[in-house]
Design a protein around this ligand. Sequence first.
Ligand SMILES: Nc1ncnc2c1ncn2[C@@H]1O[C@H](COP(=O)(O)OP(=O)(O)OP(=O)(O)O)[C@@H](O)[C@H]1O
Length: 334
Amino acid sequence: AWDLTSLHCSFGTFCECDFRPDFQGLECDLAQHLAGQHLARALVVKALKAFVQDPAPTKPLVLSLHGWTGTGKSYVSSLLAHYLFRDGLRSPHVHHFSPVIHFPHPSQMERYKGLSGLIWFSCQHYLEGSGSRKEPSPFREGSRCQGRSPEQKDLKSWVQGNLTTCGRSLFLFDEMDKLTPGLMEVLRPFLGSSWVVYGTNYRKAIFIFISNTGGEQINQVALEAWRSHRDREEIRLQELEPVISRAVLDNPHHGFWRSGIMEEHLLDALVPFLPLQRHHVRHCVLNELAQLGLEPRDEVVQAVLDSTTFFPEDEQLFSSNGCKTVASRIPFFL
Ligand SMILES: Nc1ncnc2c1ncn2[C@@H]1O[C@H](COP(=O)(O)OP(=O)(O)OP(=O)(O)O)[C@@H](O)[C@H]1O
């Protein structure tokens, strides 16, 4: 059947598809619910605003999110999708890739890259795979494949096809540190300013890459700041950027390894997520209780905190898995 919106989009560089940015809502939600991430919050909002308000960006927006597990990387990505697209994560223009689901076999890398043959990108497979994620994982909000039939495509033509349908597409690449090296090379041309896709303003796309790479180094900077009695909010991006870059460049399991993406400065921002402390975990518990429509009960908050493990051993400062398991542990204490 003809999809008139897609048809219209494919001819119009002005096309915004279901892109309906609501920055006020985003900023409000982040301020209220995102715990302990002053750098990520400021950086993401600033980069997005500048990008979206530019009527003719010279390149797509490319953000790389880094940090320890459970610190809010996927959570922030899901909020971005929610406040940028009318249908949020269900929008047909929001695309999520996870290596273990979409690129599981290193031996088939050439096929994934699109250099030979075709592979199945199965939405159904994605949805079944998402079952392992813990509620309220942002990626479980129903089918983001809705309205799209499973495609038989390689990564390059998949991205290109989606950009042709809608220049204002959002691509989320999860677990970048579990990718077999080489695959991301095919994305490199899309991230700069020279790629030409006929009839499409691909420069309006947003790419978000997520990984734990650099997490240990970020934690170390946060720990040293704490030991020297510096406020966490005094930690600056300039301290973290070089250590994250180094960690990525040194990690052969990271998708950017030898891809040229870092070397050619195609990333617009490295976004650090700091390790979460006890009061941040408390914040997460309160968020979760509110979401469940429950009163903030002290004994529940305390029980969740008591069941959280912290590191390093001496200081017991940072939550071992951030807020990742907060939602799944709350029911035990109700
Ligand atoms: N900084 C935070 N503020 C508020 N809630 C948070 C924060 N970090 C995590 N959470 C909560 O914990 C859940 C899991 O976090 P999330 O999936 O975003 O972690 P992650 O950093 O992507 O972890 P991983 O690296 O393991 O994928 C979120 O859905 C959210 O409910």
